[in-house]
Design a protein around this ligand. Structure first.
Ligand code: PLP
Length: 444
C-alpha cells in the first residue's frame, strides 16, 4: 500500500464516523442558548457597556480603543467581532459545517481561483509556509525564493527545515528582484518551486504577481509558483488562476479583516498534482495535505470531517468578513481601488511632509495596504511612536533587520480603508503630522 492509499483510507473512516457524530450534536440556534456567554447575565464587562440585550450585530459596538494601523493585525469590524463571539458549537455540527464550507467557496472568489482547493486551519501565515514546504516541495528539490525583504529569508529557512535546496534571489532593500534576473535564474537551473512575497511587510515592496506568473509559464512551466499573500490578500488584486499562481497562502489578521489565528491558503490543480506525485509522504503531520484535503472537501460537500479541531469561532469571524468582502456594499474591484486610492493619499501626504519612503517610488512600486516611511534626520522610533500612542494610534516600528531603526510602518488595510465614515485615515495623517512636529520636526 503506498503512502497515499494508506492515508486516504484513514481519512475516509474518520469522515464516516463524524457524519454520525454530527447528527448527535446539533448545536443550538444562535443566542437562544441560556448558557451563552453573550446573552446570559452577567455579560462580560467588555461587551456589556456597548451591547444592547437584543441579539444581533446591530446592537454590538466594540469598546473605544487605540486605532490599530500597523501592517497587521488590523482593525476588525463590529460585525466580524460579533461573529467571533458566537456561542460554542460542535465543529462537525450541521450548523457549523456550512460556515466553513461557504468560507472555502468565498475564498475562491476573493482570489479569482474557481478551480483551486482552499485549506483553512488554525495557525498563522507561517504555517502556510510549512504547508508549501512539506507538501509541494520534496527533500532535495531546488527551490527559488525571490527575496524582497525579511519574509523571504524566513520562507527560505522554512524550506531548508524540510530538506529543500534553496537559492535566494535577493533585491536591495526597498526593491524586488527584476524580472530579467528572475528569467536568468530560471534558465540557469530547473526549480521545482518558485516563491515570492507579494507584499513584503518589512519593506512595503509590492511584487509583480502577474508578470511573475507570465514569466514562469513561459520559461519554467513545470515550476510551482507560490505567492506569499499574508500582507496582500484582500488589499491587493490577485487573479490566481489567470495569472498562473499555483499556491496563495495568507493569514486571517491582515486584508481578510479578522482576528489572528487562521492559516488560509489555496492550491491550484497543478500544485495538487505535484503533491500527489510525491515519492514520499509529506514531511509534516499537522500541515499534511493528505490529512487536510479530504477534510476541506468534506466540509464543502456539507458533511463534517475531522483532522485537528478547527477554531470554530474564528471561522465564524472569517465567514462574516468574507461575506462583507464578496457580497458587501463595496465590490471586490472597488475594494482594491479603495486600497490604491488610500495608499496614494498616505504616500503623497508623507511626501508632502518631506519624508522619504523605503520604496523610493511608493506609488509605483509600493504596496497598497501599507507604507514604510524613513524617520527624518534626528528623529527616532522613541520620539514618534509614543506620541502617536498618546493620540490613540498604534503604528509599527521598522522590521528589516539591516535598517529597522531608520523607519516606521503604517498599515492601511481593510475596514479602515473601505469604510471612510470611520475617519481613520484622516485621524492617522493629522496625528502623524502633529506628532512629528511635537518631536521637533520642522518639515517642509
Ligand atoms: C509577508 C508575510 N509573510 C508571512 C508572515 C508570517 O505570518 P504570521 O505572522 O501570520 O505567521 C507575515 C507576517 O506578518 C508576513 O507579513
Amino acid at each position: 500500500m503506498s503512502w497515499r492509499t494508506a492515508l486516504t483510507s484513514q481519512a475516509r473512516v474518520t469522515h464516516r464516523t463524524l457524519q454520525v457524530a454530527s447528527h448527535l450534536s446539533a448545536s443550538p440556534a444562535r443566542h437562544s442558548n441560556p448558557s451563552s456567554p453573550v446573552t446570559s447575565p452577567p455579560p462580560s464587562p467588555r461587551l456589556s457597556a456597548t451591547m444592547s440585550s437584543s441579539a444581533g450585530s446591530a446592537g454590538f459596538k466594540q469598546e473605544p480603543h487605540k486605532l490599530l494601523v500597523i501592517p497587521g493585525p488590523i482593525e476588525v469590524s463590529d460585525d466580524v467581532l460579533w461573529a467571533n463571539a458566537h456561542p460554542s458549537v460542535s465543529h462537525v455540527s450541521p450548523d457549523f459545517v456550512p460556515i466553513l464550507g461557504d468560507s472555502i467557496r468565498m475564498l475562491r472568489q476573493v482570489l479569482f481561483a474557481p478551480e483551486s482547493q482552499p485549506v483553512i486551519t488554525a495557525g498563522s501565515g507561517t504555517l502556510g509556509w510549512d504547508h508549501v514546504a512539506a507538501n509541494v516541495a520534496q527533500p532535495g528539490e531546488d527551490v527559488l525564493v525571490l527575496n524582497s525583504g525579511y519574509f523571504g529569508d524566513s520562507f527560505a529557512e522554512c524550506f531548508e527545515t524540510y530538506g529543500a535546496k534553496v537559492t535566494q534571489l535577493k533585491a536591495p532593500i526597498g526593491s524586488k528582484p527584476a524580472l530579467s534576473d528572475v528569467e536568468a535564474a530560471l534558465k540557469s537551473k530547473k526549480y521545482s518551486v518558485v516563491t515570492f512575497t507579494h507584499v513584503d511587510t518589512s519593506t512595503g515592496v509590492l511584487s509583480d504577481a502577474k508578470g511573475l506568473g507570465e514569466l514562469v509559464k513561459r520559461v519554467s512551466p513545470e515550476s510551482i509558483l507560490v505567492l506569499d499573500g499574508v500582507c496582500s490578500v484582500g488589499s491587493e488584486e490577485i487573479r490566481m488562476q489567470d495569472w498562473g499562481i499555483d499556491v496563495v497562502l495568507t493569514a486571517s489578521q491582515k486584508g481578510l479583516g479578522c482576528p489572528p489565528g487562521l492559516m488560509v491558503l489555496a492550491a491550484s490543480k497543478k500544485a495538487i498534482a505535484k503533491f500527489e506525485k510525491r515519492a514520499s509522504p509529506p514531511n509534516s503531520y499537522f500541515a499534511s495535505w493528505a490529512k487536510w484535503l479530504p477534510v476541506m472537501k468534506a466540509y464543502e460537500s456539507g458533511t463534517g470531517a475531522y483532522f485537528g479541531t478547527p477554531p470554530t469561532n474564528l471561522i465564524y469571524a472569517l465567514n462574516a468578513s468574507l461575506q462583507a468582502i464578496t457580497k458587501g456594499s463595496v465590490s471586490l474591484e472597488d475594494r482594491f481601488a479603495a486600497h490604491k486610492a488610500t495608499s496614494a493619499k498616505v504616500k503623497n501626504f508623507v511626501q508632502s511632509l518631506g519624508l522619504e519612503q523605503l520604496v523610493a517610488d511608493g506609488i509605483k512600486d509600493g504596496a497598497n495596504g501599507m507604507t514604510a516611511v524613513k524617520y527624518p534626520q534626528g528623529i527616532k522610533a522613541g520620539d514618534l511612536l509614543p506620541k502617536m500612542v498618546a493620540k490613540n494610534i498604534v503604528i509599527a516600528a521598522g522590521l528589516h533587520k539591516e535598517v529597522k531603526d531608520t523607519y516606521f510602518r503604517i498599515g492601511h488595510m481593510g475596514v479602515t480603508v473601505v469604510d471612510p465614515s470611520r475617519g481613520d485615515i484622516d485621524h492617522l495623517l493629522k496625528s502623524l503630522k502633529e506628532s512629528l512636529s511635537e518631536a521637533g520636526y520642522k518639515g517642509n
